[in-house]
Design a protein around this ligand. Structure first.
Ligand code: NAD
Length: 494
């Protein structure tokens, strides 16, 4: 509906009284066992700890399954299995044969794509559209991509010989469980390493489904071991003396603990940590496109994205227009059942994460910023948060400096290129950034001067297995994806 505003300008008002008819994906297409053991040496093994913990659906708080809690002894069993598999089979196998296994895993992920997507949404709370159209296809693509590299090391590293490192310990977070497992496992296998992987405690189920796929693929036992548990199990992997490499994706806080733990050991490490990405809109940008990109950048996956564009810098001359358009667009976002194909924003992953987001909403208000939340109704049960944005934010505010990891945007303004570069770089993080402008020269100027591992121009949150990903500063080091993603898993010889 269009109405005339105070100064005779046309204002668009969205009629939110209508809604889409529900279009839920069927849970019956997915099988979740009531209990999962540890996947060690190609079989399901009871935990020595004899302990299990629940994994719940964050949209309903209902229990989905219980999974084993790996003790130090269990981790030791997994590392022994990985070491034996490395010595006995994997490092000796011709590279093109290794590639075939990785290719087979990719194909099987595709075959089971629907089930994997449903489980990802049930366990993690993300909208089915995302798990179906992004997480699962991207995971399969990673396996395909690295299957191709397995027998081409001499092209990846011309004039150098390579050797695998041995056993890789891999620890992943809860925001992209299957995709993070693929980012870790595929390059490790392609380069001839064996793996012990631990998913996050709130989202173990798709990694366990991947274990089923790996078992079905006939990969030699012990090449990939998947164990479950929380930080203590992760620490047991980090501290195990027979691990050659740690690949960690998670918070900067835990990344620092890991780096301290392995200091002075022979272990190699890559750390993919937190972020507070600057998304910058210049006055010459295509505004509607930019607004859509900002919405995607921060509200995609409930803002549970390390590279989420959580700091928006808008050039002063267009700030009012951009904020108005953002608010209008926020009103149209559908928050609700992750399994519904209409849903844009699903459930927050856990009660703990919801508490963190609420804490920051309070901090933002105390800091004097102005909070705007969409007016949508939230479901009664489960963990939910309305898409929110703060205006009147100062660069020094905690909401502009710290990672919130939720659907909360901090909007700041700028006048000149130099000013925005200084502000964008004024962050302990440096994972990603975005630039929206009509001018190619400005894009190159900005990307050269900004300290971020990935910078998108006139788009946001685009991923491809052939593109490296990783951070500057406290966002970590080492790259995953692309040719660069092979290097952390090999020793380069003369
Ligand atoms: P987290 O650091 O709390 O946990 C990550 C993983 O580490 C989990 O599996 C957890 O069980 C394990 N862990 C916890 N304590 C440990 C310890 N002492 N030793 C070893 N392992 C331990 O992070 P999270 O809350 O699961 O994930 C969110 C964080 O991950 C955010 O900061 C986000 O930015 C970051 N992240 C980064 C990337 C990236 O590519 N840079 C990608 C996704 C998420």
């Amino acid at each position: 509906m269009a109405t005339k505003g105070k100064n005779n300008t046309l204002k668009l008002k969205f009629d939110t009284s209508w809604s889409y008819a529900p279009a839920p994906e069927s849970k019956s297409a997915a099988t979740i066992n009531p209990q999962y053991d540890l996947f060690i040496n190609g079989e399901w093994q009871k935990p020595l700890s004899k302990k299990y913990f629940d994994t719940i659906n964050p949209a309903t708080e209902e229990k989905l399954s219980e999974v084993a809690e790996a003790s130090e002894g269990d981790v030791n069993k997994a590392v022994i299995a990985a070491r034996q598999a490395y010595e006995k089979w994997w490092k000796k196998m011709p590279a093109k044969e290794r590639g075939k296994y990785i290719f087979r895993i990719a194909r099987m992920i595709q075959e089971k794509a629907r089930e994997l997507a449903i489980i990802e949404s049930l366990d993690g709370g993300k909208p089915i559209r995302e798990s179906r159209d992004f997480d699962v296809p991207a995971a399969a693509n990673h396996f395909f991509y690295y299957a191709g590299w397995a027998d081409k090391m001499e092209y990846a590293f011309p004039n150098r010989r390579t050797e695998p490192l041995g056993v890789a310990g891999q620890i992943i977070p809860w925001n992209f469980p299957l995709l993070m497992a693929a980012w870790k496992i595929a390059p490790a296998l392609a380069t001839g390493n064996t793996v012990v992987l631990k998913p996050a405690e709130t989202t173990p189920l798709t990694a366990l489904k991947l274990a089923e796929i790996i078992q079905e693929s006939d990969l030699p036992p012990g090449v990939v071991n998947i164990i479950t548990g929380a930080g203590v199990s992760g620490a047991a992997i980090v501290n195990h003396p027979d691990i050659n490499k740690i690949a960690f994706t998670g918070s900067t806080e835990v990344g620092k603990i890991i780096q301290r733990a392995i200091a002075g050991t022979h272990k190699k490490v890559t750390l993919e940590l937190g972020g507070k990405a600057a998304n910058i809109i210049f006055e010459d940008a295509p505004i509607d496109q930019a607004v859509e990109g900002v919405i995607n950048g921060i509200y995609f996956n409930q803002g549970h994205v390390c590279c989420a564009g959580s700091r928006l810098y808008v050039q002063e001359s267009i700030a009012k227009e951009v904020v108005r358009k953002l608010k209008d667009r926020m009103e149209t976002l559908i928050v609700g059942d992750p399994l519904d194909k209409n849903t844009d924003i699903g459930a927050i992953n856990s009660r703990q994460q919801l508490d963190t987001i609420h804490k920051y909403l309070k901090i933002g208000k105390q800091e004097g910023a102005e909070l705007y939340e969409s007016s949508c109704r939230l479901p009664g049960k489960g963990f939910w948060c309305r898409p929110a944005l703060f205006t009147n934010v100062a660069q020094s505010n905690r909401i502009a400096q710290e990672e919130i990891f939720g659907p909360v945007l901090a909007v700041l303004t700028f006048r000149t290129d130099d000013e925005v570069i200084e502000k964008a770089n004024n962050s302990p993080y440096g994972l990603s950034a975005g630039v929206w402008t009509d001018k190619g020269s400005k894009i190159f100027n900005m990307t050269k001067r900004m300290r971020a591992g990935v910078i998108w121009a006139n788009t946001f949150n685009k991923f491809d297995p052939s593109s490296p990903f990783g951070g500057y500063k406290e966002s970590g080091f080492g790259r995953e994806g692309g040719l660069h993603g092979l290097q952390p898993y090999v020793n380069l010889l003369s």
